[in-house]
Design a protein around this ligand. Structure first.
Ligand code: PDD
Length: 289
């Protein structure tokens, strides 16, 4: 937290120094991981794809019968206020909504229990990330998460375990496998470029998160005249592809140069993927609000 020391954070209507911000020990986010979140990228002090992040937030809330009294205009104002107060030029705004504080019970608390709303910022050098230049090394691991990965919940223990296992094996991250196919990365969507120059990524379902970056990259690539196919692929297909990469709000498009110790292509980021990243970032900066 070194260069984020004493940020101003937002908790349930108040802007507070981070060391004075509190959430109840009875909060269902803490006790049951009963909460959802969004991570919105900040570039040049502006928010990337804000509307789509809020649309996904409402979808996640709806799938869990959770309600939030704060509307999108207020949420936008809070995001902007935090970015401004914390002087964030490059980084992210994290937003979490939980079902609120109630006596510990598996049954949801009575309607009317106020949701907990927390937002904070993180400074992060997103544009000059070393992984963009060097590429990521990933290992494949079984996908042992629950079966509603389309809801962006805060139950992130397995992704965290998978990332730790990847690090133990000397890699940077994990690609998760289910039924013989890649679902996604531990915190990103997984892609390959096949030998016919088609970009391939798994179709949306309950098995993966509908990444905001995934959908923006898909639209952008098509605008640029690239072919995109939404279908599942095996880890062996990824290993034999021309290129592999991940997408997420904070990594944009980041090349994967090695899977399970096997180099992809010549083991260096493919220039076509680096170009896609650069043009995508340009476009994101232009459209940020
Ligand atoms: N993670 N898949 C998973 C499992 C993710 O956790 C994420 C994002 C994505 C990419 O989604 P988006 O393009 O909307 O960021 C896909 C965020 C960044 C995180 O947890 O920090």
């Amino acid at each position: 937290m070194s260069n984020n020391s004493l940020r101003t954070v937002y908790v349930n209507g108040d802007y507070l120094p981070e060391n004075e911000a509190h959430v109840s020990v009875f909060d269902r986010g803490f006790l049951f991981a009963d909460g959802v979140y969004e991570v919105t990228t900040v570039l040049d002090g502006r928010l990337v794809d804000f509307g789509n992040h809020m649309a996904r937030l409402h979808r996640s809330l709806g799938e869990l019968d959770m309600t939030l009294a704060t509307d999108d205009n207020e949420l936008l104002a809070i995001h902007r206020e935090l970015v401004q107060r914390n002087g964030v030029d490059q980084g992210l705004v994290y937003l979490q909504v939980t079902r609120g504080a109630a006596d510990r019970d598996f049954v949801y608390p009575a309607t009317g229990t106020p949701a907990t709303l927390v937002l904070f910022t993180q400074h992060k050098p997103l544009l000059d990330a070393p992984a963009a230049r060097d590429g990521l090394r990933v290992v494949s691991l079984p996908d042992l998460r629950w079966n509603r990965r389309d809801i962006k919940t805060v139950q992130l223990l397995y992704p965290s375990m998978a990332k730790m296992e990847a690090k133990r094996r000397g890699a940077d991250d994990a690609w998760l496998i289910e039924g013989g196919q890649v679902t996604e990365g531990s915190s990103s969507n997984a892609w390959l470029l096949d030998h016919e120059d088609t970009l391939v990524t798994r179709a949306l379902s309950h098995s993966i998160l509908p990444g905001i970056t995934r959908s923006a990259v898909m639209a952008f690539a098509e605008e640029q005249g690239m072919r995109v196919e939404e279908r599942g692929f095996t880890i062996d297909e990824a290993k034999a592809a021309r290129a592999a990469f991940v997408t997420s709000a904070t990594s944009f498009v980041t090349p994967v140069v090695e899977i399970d110790g096997q180099p992809i292509g010549d083991g260096r980021p493919l220039p076509a993927i680096t170009r896609l990243r650069e043009r995508f970032i340009e476009e994101s900066r232009r459209r940020a609000i």
